[in-house]
Design a protein around this ligand. Structure first.
Ligand SMILES: Nc1ncnc2c1ncn2[C@@H]1O[C@H](COP(=O)(O)OP(=O)(O)OP(=O)(O)O)[C@@H](O)[C@H]1O
Ligand SMILES: [Mg+2]
Length: 270
């Protein structure tokens, strides 16, 4: 169905009205829960993320981190609680609309089209986001062309020289860089990164850390990371989940010294 002009303008104004320091938090979670039958994958998680904040979500395997991301991006329904993005209640908003509001994510397991080139992968993502929504306003609003936008993102993640390379020929680390490029090309206001350094060598992890550190300061980033030092080195604030529940929240120093977190990471938590 073609959206009405009013609906499109509404989306566009949503994207530009992000609020400054005085605005609502970019993300507000209130008692967000996802239950699968008797499994409480995520149970009553609440926190706010301010604009430009870098927040790490840590916790052992099965803690509920990815499920939490899926509820924020609306790939999974929320059993209970609410999710607000840029002041809008998106608890029941379709995922594609949330993406258009300015939310992008990368996945724990890399998802790129292997037979397409690096550039084609990024262009496709930008097109998908604009299809049926922004394209008729492009010229009027002076938006960058999709290819310019894609090339800029590829440059940012250090893949300019490989722009024409099929994604299948990239190493694992480069595929992760490409996935980040795909997310960045969508010019997100909120970027969710699910273990961006998973499976990377020490050198590749260092590169990924520098890429995340170098993201525009106004971009809000929520990051799942198993490598504690990497997570604590990148984050302003940290949320620790365990068995679906939020067990600690604080600055990296507070988290380092938190007894509950230490117990969990030493395998003594229950
Ligand atoms: N579709 C599903 N159906 C049933 N249970 C699920 C489903 N998805 C996730 N779970 C369960 O929810 C819990 C949380 O899973 P989730 O993938 O969110 O954990 P995680 O913190 O991302 O773990 P990891 O660090 O291993 O990626 C686990 O017990 C998992 O088995
Ligand atoms: Mg996960």
């Amino acid at each position: 169905m073609t959206p009405t002009k009013e609906a499109l303008l509404d989306v566009e104004s949503d994207r530009t009205d992000t609020g400054g320091d005085d605005g609502p938090p970019v993300l507000r979670l209130r008692e967000v829960s996802r239950h699968y039958g008797g499994i409480r994958a995520v149970n009553e998680v609440s926190f706010d993320v301010a604009q430009g904040e870098r927040r790490a979500v840590i916790g052992p395997n099965g803690a509920g981190k990815t499920t939490l991301f899926k509820m924020i991006s609306r790939e999974e329904p929320t059993t209970k609680g609410s999710v607000e993005f840029l002041g809008h209640d998106i608890t029941r908003t379709p995922a594609h609309r949330v993406a258009r509001l300015g939310l992008s994510r990368t996945y724990q397991i890399t998802r790129v089209f292997p037979s397409l080139s690096v550039l084609e992968n990024v262009v496709l993502a930008c097109q998908g986001l604009r299809r049926g929504s922004f394209q008729m306003f492009n010229s009027a609003m002076g938006r960058k062309s999709i290819v310019d936008q894609a090339e800029e993102a590829i440059d940012t993640v250090g893949l300019r020289r490989g722009a024409k390379t099929p994604a299948s020929e990239l190493g694992h680390g480069e595929q992760r860089q490409l996935e980040l490029g795909i997310a960045l090309a969508q010019e997100p206001k909120l970027l969710l990164l699910d273990e961006p350094a998973a499976g990377l060598s020490a050198a590749e992890r260092g590169l990924m850390r520098d890429l995340v550190r170098g993201l525009p300061p106004e971009m809000t980033v929520l990051l799942i990371e198993h490598d504690m030092e990497l997570a604590l080195g990148l984050a302003d604030y940290v949320t620790c989940l365990h068995n679906g529940s939020q067990v600690a929240e604080g600055t990296p120093d507070e988290i380092r010294n938190n007894e509950r977190v230490r117990d969990i990471y030493l395998g003594q938590g229950d």
